[in-house]
Design a protein around this ligand. Sequence first.
Ligand code: GTR
Length: 426
Amino acid sequence: MKKRYLTFNILLLVYSQLIFAQPKNPNYDEGKIPTYTLPNVLESEGGIIVNSVDKWFNIRRPEILKLFKQNVYGEIPQQDIKISFKLQSIKNDALNGLATRKQVKIILSNHDKTLTLSVLLYTPNSCQKPVPAFLGLNFIGNQSVTNELDIPITTNWVGNYKKYHISDHKAGEQTRGCKTYRWQIEKILKNGYAIATCHYGDIDPDFDDGFQNGIHPLFYKEGQNKLQSDEWGSIGAWAWGLSRILDYLETDKDVDGSRVAVIGHSRLGKTALWAGALDQRFALVISNDSGCGGAALFRRRIGETVEMINRSFPHWFCENFKNFNNKEDKLPVDQHMLISLIAPRPVYIASAEEDRWADPKGEFLSALNADPVYRLLKTDGFAVREMPAVNYPLFSRIGYHIRSGKHDLSEYDWQQYLFFADKFMK
Ligand code: GTR
């Protein structure tokens, strides 16, 4: 009898823990969005009205960048670390002669620590070099983006995906080519672009370990073993890694380093936007279904919110960002300001109709509210005021579409990105 009573109590405890651990139900009702006011992208914290290109670049842009570093993505440590490039292999007739394929190691070291990024690069054989390029991180390793059999399977941490038989964070043979549809490599090459990628786990494994692995410890000062509250999380690290790959691409004679588009899907879409904001060498930026912490406005609090993202992914942003859990109105920035940091460079924001978690309307509104900066910088900005119909892409300097379907990076998305890149990078 006593034993039964105990079991009952334990079950009750476990059950109540489960209930309390559940994230609050996300809101999907437009009618329940609290009234909010976006920070004015063209007025400085000190009240200066930003009405010239000069004031934008000298006053407001640096201020906004700093606010994002301090409150959202974290500061990137300012130490110079050693970086070297090693060409691991070159294949001149990859993909039936369509491309030259290089595998390059980027070796980063500081104090006694080293980290290696493996970059996979295809350049089209039929084009005059140097060519413009797309650069994006991948989720499961370089072997997942192509069916070629001689790309080594990553031995670094990967997420667990039942579908690809990954249960212990190690990728196996089943992951070879499992994401080819997301990369459209042949199409990209046939359109005259190079494509470069690297596994995001090479830069920082995507789990919360108090920043003991990946790139962060390379920057720890003597005696430091954890981050300050305003220092970079994983998104900051992935974005920084993209810049190191760009460092390499600038040295590759087959690639035009001044015409590199940075692209990313979902958490890596957030990363692509932050990379484009931090590093003005990126000529064009593409955010695919980036959602909360990407293109979507925080203040709408629809789908994923600040609190939810910080709870599920405590390592993505800096510690200070947690101060804004359920306090979106206190944020000194919102994501239209992230888009504005990319101006006047072309940026493309893509959403998917069924991706309500990422708040497609909030992604659209960021684009719309970044428009004043793009216009101040003498571009055509964002060509519409109302959300375009599904599958009607828009190719102004701020490009945009909402396509039918789910959260994913599809062939349709790539068709628009290629068209957009043709317009601005060729
Ligand atoms: C979700 C997360 C989103 C998005 C997505 C992804 O679980 O809530 O913010 O980043 O993951 O990256 O696939």
